[in-house]
Design a binder for this molecule. Structure first.
Ligand SMILES: Nc1ncnc2c1ncn2[C@@H]1O[C@H](COP(=O)(O)OP(=O)(O)OP(=O)(O)O)[C@@H](O)[C@H]1O
Ligand SMILES: [Mg+2]
Length: 205
């Protein structure tokens, strides 16, 4: 399954770490732009304690913390889209930024997601501004007939926003990850057990 978000920095890596632990799946980040303060793979390793069998290597790492199309140009790299394809079998795949982030000047991340045909989880904030970003993201996914498993919220509970997005976005809410003091395996496992239902994530890739 693919973990995408309404924006950069919404909490995709935190949610992906929780799901890798809770569902016992591998984590794969196809494309990383910028390595400071750490890559997403390093963040997942730290948060989960999972080893190289579960946290897969990122095939394309670019140096600049910019949109991939520009970061690749500045590094003098032409991204081979095939090399970004997730491995066979079930795993958690984290995209870079949001859905309409250009991988190169002809291809957006959402185009790759449509091609990969894996169900998508949308990570969204609970705070002000999220309704617009979330509804636009869901409309883009629905209009391309991409299978959406549901929304995972990050932040303080905001029941009206969460219900509004589920109803107006015609999408299930999978659960919410509160802001945590310590991002470590024990806390992430606890949040998954308390706030999520394993069956909602199906058995497909
Ligand atoms: N539930 C949470 N509790 C505490 N801190 C959080 C939580 N979710 C996210 N953060 C913090 O917010 C920041 C952004 O989170 P994260 O790296 O998961 O976002 P992202 O969507 O993966 O970003 P990117 O687009 O760079 O991949 C990080 O510093 C992370 O530690
Ligand atoms: Mg991330």
């Amino acid at each position: 399954m693919i973990v995408t978000g309404t924006d950069t920095d919404v909490g995709k890596t935190v949610v992906a770490s929780m799901l890798a632990l809770g569902l016992g799946l591998r984590y794969f980040k196809p494309l990383q732009c910028g390595c400071r303060p750490q890559t997403d793979v390093q963040a997942v390793q730290r948060m989960t304690g999972l080893g190289a069998d579960k946290v897969l290597e990122t095939p394309v790492i670019l140096t600049q913390p910019l949109s991939p199309h520009r970061s690749a140009e500045l590094d003098g790299v032409s991204i081979d889209l095939e090399s970004l394809t997730p491995p066979l079998g079930r795993c958690i795949v984290e995209g870079a930024g949001g859905l309409m982030v250009p991988v190169n000047r002809n291809t957006l991340f959402i185009d790759l997601f449509a091609k990969w045909k894996r169900p998508v989880i949308l990570v969204a904030r609970t705070g002000l501004g999220t309704i617009n970003h979330t509804l636009m993201s869901l409309e883009a996914l629905h209009s391309r007939k991409i299978d959406v498993l549901g929304i995972v919220f990050v932040g303080d509970e905001n029941l009206d926003t969460q219900t509004t997005l589920s109803e107006m976005g015609r999408t299930k809410v999978l659960g919410r990850v509160p802001m945590l003091d310590k991002l470590e395996a024990e806390n992430l496992n606890q949040v998954f057990k308390r706030n999520f239902t394993r069956e909602d994530f199906g058995t497909l890739s």
